[in-house]
Write a protein that binds this ligand. Structure first.
Ligand SMILES: Nc1nc2c(ncn2[C@@H]2O[C@H](COP(=O)(O)OP(=O)(O)OP(=O)(O)O)[C@@H](O)[C@H]2O)c(=O)[nH]1
Ligand SMILES: [Mg+2]
Length: 256
């Protein structure tokens, strides 16, 4: 029996990286693990050859016209097929390595946890990949999220995630981030929803193509989301996701 894995790649003008991200997906290895893979590129108003390159590589391309990474990710979640078991998200700029995808999926396949986050701070950062100021901000935000949310993450601004699909079915209705605050919104809400999250070390490489992030305005949006979600709790408590019996034990040590 095969399980389906859906890989989401949000892209705004990523013609320099998208081809390499798609080519890096280890399809044969995934097949040996009995995973059938679908790649979806979410094209967010690109004016370059991003969509064309993705189509040439025979992957599915969907368009999201509302600007911002948050909108792109949510459009991707809504496009995931019903028969999917695992969902992965990574950027289209070839900073995160699609060939490292197994490291993120293995804990899900083993029923170890519900969510896996690729950690750059706990991993291997190549030269010129994460600027010093971004690294410091990331450390600070990660500390705040660990302390105030008691979330077990080591890189809260990472763009490499893997989930069991049930988590996304639950989470997506609560997300309201439009831009680069999407990761903070997801992590803080997943914690409040009680999902088990773990981090794995990953490689972070120098970006292909132009950066789209603004350190100051996007940094402030991320911080605003951190504060906004401190008082957030889900309206509906009932969820349809396996707990492996660990959630109860985990909550004893992490009561908040
Ligand atoms: N800025 C922006 N990025 C988008 C949008 N939609 C999707 N993205 C994608 O979101 C991902 C992350 O954006 P990046 O510019 O790489 O931001 P970053 O990874 O935080 O920073 P650098 O890699 O250092 O530039 C990329 O794959 C973008 O193409 C959008 O509307 N605006
Ligand atoms: Mg990037």
């Amino acid at each position: 029996m095969y399980n389906k894995l859906t890989i989401l790649i949000p892209c705004y003008n990523e013609e320099k990286g998208i081809g390499r991200v798609i080519d890096g997906v280890p399809l044969q290895l995934l097949k040996r693990l009995r995973l059938k893979t679908e790649i979806i590129v979410i094209n967010n108003n690109s004016t370059d050859k991003t969509a064309q390159i993705a189509l040439e590589k025979k992957v599915r391309v969907i368009d999201e016209v509302k600007k911002g990474k948050g909108h792109a990710i949510i459009a991707g979640f809504n496009a995931v097929s019903m028969d999917t078991t695992y969902i992965v998200m990574l950027d289209g700029d070839n900073t995160y390595k699609s060939k490292e995808i197994l490291r993120l999926i293995e804990p899900l396949m083993n029923d170890f946890c519900h969510v896996v986050i690729g950690s750059r701070l706990g991993g291997k950062m190549r030269k010129n990949s994460l600027k010093v100021q971004n690294r410091i901000v990331n450390w600070g935000y990660t500390f705040l999220v660990r302390y105030f949310y008691q979330a077990n993450v080591t890189d809260v601004l990472s763009g490499y995630f893997a989930w069991r699909k049930e988590v996304i079915d639950d989470l997506k209705k609560y997300l309201d981030a439009e831009g680069f605050e999407i990761e903070m919104d997801m992590i803080t809400k997943m914690k409040r929803l009680g999902y088990l999250m773990y981090s794995v070390p990953i490689t972070y490489d120098e970006r292909a193509g132009e950066t789209k992030i603004s350190a100051l305005s996007d940094g402030i949006r991320v911080l605003r989301t951190f504060f906004k979600n401190l008082n957030w709790s889900p309206k509906k408590k009932k969820r349809n996701v396996p707990t492996f019996g660990l959630e109860r034990i985990y909550s004893i040590f992490n009561s908040n």
